[in-house]
Design a protein around this ligand. Sequence first.
Ligand code: TRP
Length: 376
Amino acid sequence: MSAPDAPLRPPASGTLGGHTAGQLLRLADVVGLGTDDAGVYARTLTEMLGGAAERPLHLPPPNPTFLSDDHTPVEFSLSFTQGEDPTLRMLVEPGCDAPGRAANGRAGLRAVREVARRWGFSTDRLDELEDLFLPPAPEGPLALWCALELLPGGVPKVKVYLNPAASGQNRAPATVAEALRRLGHHRAFDALPPGDRHLFFALDLGDWAEPRVKVYLAHQDLSAGEAGALCRTETGPTPAETEAFFRIAAGHDADDLTSPQVRRPVQSCHAFTETATGRPSGFTLYVPVRDYARHDGEALERAGTLLRHHGQAPDPLLRAVSAVTDRHPEDGVGLVAYLALAHQQGRPPRVTAYVSSEAYHVRPPTGPLPVPAAAR
Ligand code: TRP
């Protein structure tokens, strides 16, 4: 990675790097980031993509990636907190063009260390876990992803996502428990709710007031009532609040619908920031809205309802959609990948919408969802 003041040499348009950096610059404008900051972040994105940045878009994705449905190794999100400007974030798979999972993980680690060097923060907590999540022959759907919160001032907050199933899906619980233990969270594992699968283990790195360790669980065929019972924080949302979010994000009748397709699971995330109580201080619920809506018009409507419910204006999200694509929301599904509601102790709740790049493919809208049995 070059020095922060090196001249910016953007990848050509029609390449993966050109396409996603262009989206990032337009999104930066939507959230009011200055052009200097936006330039730094666009260059960081290009550098994290490495050789894949120059890859022409008419070629298939560098490798299949679980990061997004169409295998673009980049996803954006907008996070909304009442009384603040929305924050733009990007999720990247730095090893996306590496030959195989092990090389992917090594490239990911290199990219995180470059970012750490550039902004002068430590990767100690990540280094302590390397053998657990980046073994010589890793398994599972990812090796390492890196997310950056693109804050004004040109210094991002950094998050690293690791794969609990790296040493085998059956070892995932033990891997998560050991990682938590190494970071001093001896009782954290037992504080988690039941779930179907450990999906991600994430670490905040860099300039965070309270860096979090986060554990993500998949919950297959979850009902609104079950969603309401997942939170394990002391002062988090009430079951009714979580249920209300779930019903809006998944569609009011989600409980009654016969699934037209196999739906991705809802995910929960518990965040740990201190080791004294053994309890999590943060809870987030993620609904893969693209599997519960016919098209993105519907997904955006639900996002709007949630945002208004939390005292936010939805227009930055609508402008964000126009910043990433020319297509009409009704003409596809998956542009809005997830809707999430996050509660971190001592902070107001946060609504986040995950916005796909769709560099390679748009999923066509689906037909009408089946009529709930009760309404027939
Ligand atoms: N694409 C993966 C999924 O759908 C991983 C992922 C990307 C994800 N962005 C996310 C998971 C946001 C939860 C929230 O699961």
